[in-house]
Write a protein that binds this ligand. Structure first.
Ligand code: ZN
Length: 408
């Protein structure tokens, strides 16, 4: 049953001005424990170690995605008239709930637990939880419908395109929000113009040719944000060290190390077994930081050293991997100085193209409605985007190791 509230709730937001909530079910989801937990997870993982104001949470981002989705269904005529009331509620809820499954420190934690946040999001919506119960109270089939938008199996593909396509509410919110909170200007683009020029044609979300320049700007914003913020070597160093600490903790768990008895909430994440929804709810960034504080006093010198380094920002230095034998040379040097290279010589590789359409993969493509009425894939309509698609994809491989090669 779709109940509206007596009065519209408005929440202040620096990106959208206000977030508007009219529906009871949306308000109940916002006030549920799984959503409130997202206030304890930063949106940008280790980026706060580079951009000190990048402390915004997944909660504020989730509200922002909801607000863009709400504006889409209310302000874009094709969606306002073309979607049923039930589809509108479903897609707004999918926008609000799409990040529920995130663990602490974003994607770094996924590599530790080997679970993807999408799977966990799905489980929180479908298995008993406060969010699930709120959805069922509104309509017993709502959990399944919302989950199907998130995993792209909903019969109306436009709903998934709105949340995670190419011109989607998720990306539009995080680029603007991350640019605002890091203080970088690269992520800015004209959201109002894109929303004004969005249409639905042939079951696709398309942008009118007159809005194409703002879409080009948005694609460029993605490109700059990736290299300046998301792939910054310092936040990658933080994330690599976090992964290294968890590898050490897994090793300690295998040996039943007594120090871990004081940190029972970490235990489920230290074996390769499945993690329950309840374990997931208890795991957030304050819990991790408390754990790191306790580990400072650990008898295990590696765990104690890495935990202290993460808390005090004594991060490893980074070096581009450019020549053969470089890794081996560093490995020998570290061993000579008494460092265990398994935990003290780390590496990663990132690769990114701001836009890469794949034939047959609808979600990877953005579409432009030309003045002639023809629909073209974005790189066929824009010379700037065409150049980006045809250029080399940029990749960056780095090694990380302690700044002073003295023994801990
Ligand atoms: Zn998101």
């Amino acid at each position: 049953m779709l109940e509206t509230m007596n009065e519209v709730k408005v929440l202040r937001d620096p990106i959208h001005g206000y977030i508007h909530v009219r529906l009871n079910v949306v308000w109940e989801c916002i006030n549920s424990a799984p959503m409130q937990r997202l206030k304890r997870i930063r949106q940008l993982g280790g980026a706060f170690q580079v951009y000190h104001t990048a402390e915004h949470s997944r909660f504020s981002h989730s509200l922002g995605v909801y607000e863009i989705t709400r504006r889409m269904v209310e302000e874009i005529q094709d969606l306002r008239q073309g979607l049923s009331e039930e589809e509108k509620v479903t897609v707004m809820l999918a926008g609000l709930l799409h990040d529920l499954g995130h663990g602490p420190f974003s994607h770094a934690f996924e590599s530790v637990t080997m679970t993807h946040h999408e799977q966990m999001t799905r489980r929180i919506i479908l298995e008993p939880s406060e969010v699930h119960d709120a959805l069922v109270r509104c309509d017993p089939s709502l959990p399944e419908k919302v989950a199907s938008v998130i995993d792209h199996t909903h019969p109306n593909p436009v709903l998934s395109q709105m949340i995670s396509g190419q011109l989607d509410a998720d990306r539009m919110d995080y680029l603007l929000r991350d640019a605002y909170f890091t203080g970088t200007k690269y992520g800015e683009f004209d959201l109002e113009r894109i929303l004004r020029t969005l249409r639905v044609r042939q079951g696709k979300l398309v942008v009118k040719e007159s809005g194409m320049h703002s879409v080009e700007d948005y694609i460029m914003a993605r490109y700059h944000m990736y290299w300046q913020v998301y792939f910054h070597p310092v936040s990658r160093s933080f994330e690599a060290m976090l992964t290294s600490l968890f590898c050490r903790l897994k090793q300690m768990a295998r040996q039943d190390h007594p120090d871990l008895k004081r940190l029972p909430f970490l235990i489920p994440f230290l074996s390769d077994g499945p993690v329950s929804v309840q374990d997931h709810f208890l795991m957030d960034e304050p819990a991790c930081n408390y754990g790191f504080n306790c580990l400072r006093m650990s008898e295990d010198p590696i765990a104690s050293d890495l935990a202290g380094r993460l808390l005090d920002r004594r991060l490893f230095q980074d070096e581009a991997l450019s020549e053969k034998g470089q890794r081996e040379r560093l490995r020998c040097l570290l061993m000579e100085q008494g460092w265990d290279p398994e935990y003290y010589l780390l590496s990663d590789e990132v690769r990114q193209r701001p836009y890469q359409p794949y034939q047959g993969m609808e979600n990877s493509m953005a579409w432009v409605l030309m003045e002639t009425g023809e629909i073209r894939e974005l790189s066929q309509a824009s010379e700037i985007v065409e150049a980006l698609v045809q250029g080399q994809s940029r990749n960056d491989q780095r090694l990380y190791y302690p700044r002073q090669l003295q023994r801990y």
